[in-house]
Ligand binder design. Structure first.
Ligand SMILES: *Cc1c(COP(=O)(O)O)cnc(C)c1O
Length: 779
């Protein structure tokens, strides 16, 4: 029996949920990426700004004093004070690690040691440290230092070595014992680790200093610096409080202070600096030395509200501080999640989950609120993490996939050799892309992480989705055994009445991400694709183009183009339709429309557009039940990232998406859940050209296709995203057919092909009556 232990009282749970109303239907499980701020926290933090006249801390002492107040509060949180530590404010934990790396004085022969399972922000220190001796330590190398007797007692050496490790791994949630800190400071290292650069060998008799990457740890754990006196501690405050961003700190022990040297100065870090002579004197205070320029003083002021939020929402219980109770809470969630997932098995006995962890979630001392894994099919092959991310997104579950900026942990846990990693890189995989499987081997994993406002219900929802999508019920299993899995058998169901390829349907999507407009007759082709295809888009109050992924109702907005009347008509269930002019330059119409140029980003490219006026904006905002929406007509072509104009409408990739209905039928026959009308499935793909061929997947071998007199070349596969999971007629989300696509194509989520024009000519039309000719790829 799997039990969940609730740390918080019902009253606490109640108050917490009232401050996170905006979550609504969303399940947020990426607290290791950032936790969430409470709504009152923002309100109170803004109130402080509204009621005070804060000026530049270099100008007025009051602001400077407030900043110092925040330093005291931070030290107090870590159970220490200004006699023992200094707080140097930075932009984030990465900046703190970089600062420590750049400024640490290694002397002659000091070495830089880092744990292999570390964030890239630590690995980057290798490029700035002032020593040439770099050594990687495994977690076990580190743990060795807790075994056996003390080493030779170190004398005052002239060289200094720096050891960096994460207090909590952001990949697996594993917590290294903090007793390593005093052990290493006192005895140095037992293991020599793996030399990565430099030539020094033999024992290291330097003085040892410890830099703790605490960015992940302090988010949900109490760091007691009086017990574990790390010399340098790096943190980001948004990871603890969700807000503000842009404030981090390098917390430095008195012992560590002596070892940091910095040459650059700027802003408040200098007492005097002369321009015509090479002369300057730095300020005396330690932190003054390191905080160049003007601090993010308003951001820093808001950190106080973060501490107050924890205290307001979570009571001290006995000796347990709010942060320690948060620690228990997230651990209990992770343990519960782990215990449930561990028991899930496919009907054939194959386990569903491969975990990446160093512990069995038995103790909050060793394990944080993070759980990382990959899902397995019943034959033991991996489900790609991109597919899992898509499916989670369909159900409004936010989780993180990939290797989370921790390549060492990823390599260790996934047991990837250096060769495999190089091979994956050669095959085109880079950090944070969606190349999730290469030759069936995963390049990353799925991570769920918890915060104080995560509820058991959130975890249950994620667990239910995983079980529903990846575990087959007995009934489904029986059906599978009756139907052979092989493609040829499935094909027998498809009638072979078609002798040759025909064009069955032409669709355009005048407003990006809204409903389709089916063309009956013929339609003009322009240099940029079908006339009026994706000519308009909807942008939110920030000028960002919105899509069905976040505004699912968009698919219910039905556009109709009336060329004779010169209007685009928009309809929506239960609302009177409206029209906007097809062409802004038309005399008289342009005047009635308040046009302002707006810029927006579509698939990484900047586009410019003309606003379609207040009436359309209000109508769209009403449809989507979301105020502040604007409708924008594209002005000119798109510019790609490097500035070259791209003759494209607002489509994502290529000019025309071509779909084969026969392939869709084949796909539908593979879908295990209830069947829907074939045309509904076809519409999910939002294609422009829908053809029908004799056999499924023929289109994957096309090189060129000629429709009537228009020649198209094939640009490549369409990489399907979660949009296919939206039924374009009802606006309902389903996991199919995405799951089946991923399964049938071995994790590659692709279906349909992109084609583009060869040789554009003016005044060209195509229609469904046109003949089709196909040139196949040479194999
Ligand atoms: C998040 C994180 C970092 C980097 O923090 P930034 O705020 O992005 O600078 C470094 N190390 C670990 C362990 C982290 O979790």
């Amino acid at each position: 029996m799997t039990q969940f232990i609730e740390e918080f009282t019902p009253e606490e749970l109640q108050t917490i949920s009232q401050e996170f109303k905006r979550l609504g239907e969303n399940t947020y499980l990426d607290h290791a990426g950032t936790t969430l701020y409470s709504e009152k926290q923002i309100e109170y933090a803004e109130k402080v700004l509204k009621e005070n006249l804060f000026c530049n801390p270099h100008t007025c002492k009051v602001t400077g004093d407030l900043v110092d107040q925040v330093r005291f509060r931070i030290l107090n949180h870590f159970n220490t004070d200004a006699n023992n530590y200094s707080v140097v404010f930075t932009a984030n934990a990465t900046a703190a690690l970089k600062l420590a790396g750049e400024c640490f004085n290694f002397g002659e022969g000091g070495r830089f040691y880092y744990c292999q399972e570390n964030h890239t922000s630590v690995l980057g220190m290798r490029e700035v440290v002032r020593t040439n001796d770099l050594v990687a330590l495994t977690k076990d190398d580190l743990l060795d230092n807790l075994k056996g007797d003390e080493n030779v007692h170190l004398t005052e050496a002239t060289s200094n070595s720096l050891v960096v490790f994460s207090a909590q791994c952001n990949f697996s949630g594993y917590k290294l014992p903090l007793s390593l800190i005093p052990a290493i400071q006192k005895n140095g290292l037992r293991s020599q680790g793996t030399r990565v650069r430099g030539s020094s060998s033999g024992p290291d008799n330097s003085n040892f200093y410890v830099c703790l990457d605490a960015a992940s740890f302090v988010a949900t754990n109490f760091l007691d610096l009086s017990q574990y006196p790390a010399d340098f501690v790096c943190v980001s405050f948004y990871k603890i409080f969700g807000y503000p961003t842009g404030v981090g700190a390098l917390i430095v022990s008195k012992r560590g202070e002596k070892l940091l040297k910095k040459s650059y100065y700027g802003g408040g870090t200098v007492q005097i600096s002369m321009t015509l002579e090479d002369f300057h004197v730095k300020r005396n205070g330690f932190t003054d030395h390191f905080e160049d320029g003007t601090l993010s003083f308003l951001g820093i002021a808001k950190v106080l509200e973060g501490f107050r939020t924890h205290e307001r929402l979570i009571a001290q219980r006995g000796d347990l501080k709010p942060i320690q109770r948060i620690s228990n809470h997230v651990f209990n969630l992770a343990k519960y999640c782990y215990d449930v997932l561990r028991q899930l098995k496919h009907p054939n006995g194959q386990k569903l989950i491969e975990f990446y962890n160093h512990t069995d979630y038995n103790s909050v001392q060793e394990q944080g609120g993070i759980i990382t894994f990959n899902i397995l099919h019943d034959d033991g092959t991996y489900v790609g993490f991109a597919e899992v991310a898509c499916i989670a997104a369909i159900f409004n579950v936010q989780l993180r996939t990939g290797c989370f900026c921790n390549p060492g942990a990823c390599q260790n846990h996934l047991k990837l050799s250096n060769d495999v990693i190089r091979k994956q890189f050669k095959a085109g995989h880079i950090c944070s892309d969606y190349n999730d499987l290469i030759d069936g081997i995963p390049t990353g994993a799925v991570r769920m992480s918890f915060g104080y406002m995560t509820r058991k219900d959130d975890v249950d929802k994620a667990l239910r989705i995983i079980a529903d999508c990846y575990l087959k019920t007995d009934r489904e299993r029986l059906r599978l055994m009756e139907n052979s899995k092989s493609i040829p058998r499935a094909l027998e169901h498809i009638p072979r009445r078609l002798k040759k390829t025909t064009l069955t349907k032409i669709c355009i999507y005048p407003v990006k991400s809204c409903g389709s407009f089916e063309i009956h007759g013929s339609w003009e082709i322009t240099e940029r694709g079908f006339l009026y295809d994706r000519n308009w888009m909807i942008v939110d109050g920030n000028g960002m183009a919105v899509t069905q992924k976040t505004h699912i109702r968009m698919c219910l907005i039905r556009p109709r183009i009336d060329i004779e009347a010169g209007v685009l008509e928009l309809a929506f269930p239960g609302m009177a339709s409206i029209s906007v002019p097809l062409d802004h330059s038309t005399e008289g119409i342009a005047k009635s429309v308040q046009t302002s140029v707006c810029q927006s980003k579509v698939c990484d490219d900047m586009v410019e557009g003309l606003d379609c006026g207040d009436e359309a904006a209000k109508w769209i905002s009403d449809c989507l039940e979301c105020p502040g929406m604007r409708m924008v007509r594209q002005n000119a072509g798109r510019k790609t990232k490097n500035g070259e104009a791209k003759e494209l409408n607002l489509v994502n990739q290529g000019q025309f998406l071509l779909l084969n209905k026969t392939s869709v039928q084949w796909l539908a026959s593979k879908v295990e859940s209830e069947q829907e009308d074939l045309d509904i499935t076809v519409d999910r793909f939002r294609a422009n050209l829908i053809i029908e061929t004799k056999t499924p997947l023929e289109e994957n071998h096309f090189e060129e296709i000629t429709i009537g007199s228009v020649r198209f070349k094939v640009d490549g596969f369409c990489k399907r995203c979660q949009m296919v999971c939206i039924d374009q007629h009802s606006g309902q989300k389903t996991i199919e057919p995405l799951r089946t696509i991923a399964k049938e194509f071995k994790g590659k989520i692709q279906f349909g092909i992109y084609v583009s024009l060869i040789d554009f000519k003016e005044n060209v039309f195509i229609s469904c009556r046109d003949d089709i000719q196909i040139k196949l790829k040479q194999t």
